[in-house]
Design a protein around this ligand. Structure first.
Ligand SMILES: Cc1cc2nc3c(=O)[nH]c(=O)nc-3n(C[C@H](O)[C@H](O)[C@H](O)COP(=O)(O)O)c2cc1C
Length: 327
């Protein structure tokens, strides 16, 4: 595909270390950080550095991919001032989260809850757009609506008036959460006719076939990928260049590289959890790692877990890893 491919924000999964890993392997056009919560006070420099450590390194991952800072909040003035703090710290772009379905977040009028008030979506976006310098892109990430895609046209019109740079649409409603089979790429096509602002299609893109179908049905050119970008660590290369999806053994090697990145940043306890989380994602695309994954889950110590990974790489037959698996 020729369009842009953006690495999605994923709270608790696509953090600094995972962004670094995946942008070393791929050439994503940009990444979006996990959301930074904006409540009643302007977000401090300290919080931004903790949540988006790339801001200490020029606003890009180690391999140079820009990391846009995502903000989640519904008070236009406070979100705008927080955006300005992030920009002063070097954020190359600001993304606004209007899609998070978490009950806790929604209860305090954050994420997808704002979609129930389309005027407020526009107000937050306008305030941020007016506050930050014009050369810094301000984007919005939305769902089709709260419980009905009928809400989407008004949201799009308000974002159009706010003059955001791009709008990413996760083609589900909030009440669809992540339920399989609920994504509606075709619902995005009529929305694209309401605005000249470029839209990005997101949701359930897992490989070349689904990317083609999502682009055909939505009529768009650009995509954002999340969960499958972790499951297939070279997904951008697969989509852009037609490379083969990473094999099980190569994914294990990638897991060791991940552990190396984590080792300089986290205590052992967290590293074990992150390795298991990563392998859990890989298993969705590569079910043949199941036996090895079970072995990893049985191990207590980090060094034992690493030994299992190394054993899988050296002796793939022992864990039935040579089976082939497509998209
Ligand atoms: C564990 C998890 C965490 C997420 N965190 C965020 C987030 O911080 N901000 C956001 O806008 N979307 C978040 N999302 C939504 C994703 O960015 C994306 O819209 C969604 O997963 C659909 O795309 P996919 O099918 O390519 O994964 C999250 C999704 C998951 C599964």
């Amino acid at each position: 595909m020729d369009g842009m491919i953006v690495l999605a924000p994923m709270e608790g999964v696509l953090d600094y270390s995972m962004r670094r890993l995946l942008t070393e392997i791929n050439r994503y056009d940009w990444c979006v950080s996990e959301f930074v919560r904006v409540s009643d006070v302007v977000v401090s420099q300290k919080v931004f550095f903790k949540e988006v450590p790339e801001l200490l390194e020029g606003g890009t991952t180690a391999s140079g991919t820009p990391v846009w800072v995502q903000l989640l909040g519904s008070r236009p003035d406070i979100v705008a001032e927080s955006a300005m703090v992030a920009v002063k710290l070097g954020a190359p772009g600001i993304d606004l989260n209007f899609g998070c379905p978490s009950r806790l977040v929604n209860k305090s009028m954050g994420g997808a809850a704002v979609l129930r008030n389309p005027a407020l979506v526009g107000d937050v976006a306008r305030a941020v757009r007016d506050m930050v310098p014009p050369e810094i892109p301000v984007t919005a990430k939305i769902r089709l609506g709260w419980d009905d895609a009928a809400e989407a046209p008004e949201i799009i019109r308000n974002l159009d008036r706010a003059a955001v740079s791009r709008i990413t649409i996760h083609a589900r409603t909030r009440n669809d959460v992540y339920t399989p089979g609920t994504v509606k790429w075709e619902a995005v096509q009529p929305l694209s006719e309401l605005t000249k602002i470029p839209l990005i299609i997101n949701g359930d893109i897992t490989g070349p076939d689904s990317a083609r179908e999502a682009l055909r049905l939505s009529g768009l050119q650009d995509i954002m990928v999340g969960r499958q970008a972790v499951s297939v660590p070279n997904l951008e290369r697969v989509l852009r260049t037609g490379a083969e999806p990473m094999t099980a053994v190569a994914s294990l090697r990638t897991c060791l590289s991940f552990e190396e990145i984590l080792s300089s940043r986290m205590a052992e306890h967290y590293r074990k959890a992150r390795i298991k989380q990563f392998l859990g994602y890989v298993r969705k695309a590569r079910p043949e790692i199941q036996d090895l994954f079970r072995e990893v889950c049985l191990r207590e110590g980090l060094s034992e877990i690493i030994a299992v990974l190394e054993d899988g790489i050296r002796n793939p037959g022992r864990y039935s890893l040579d089976a082939c698996c497509s998209e």
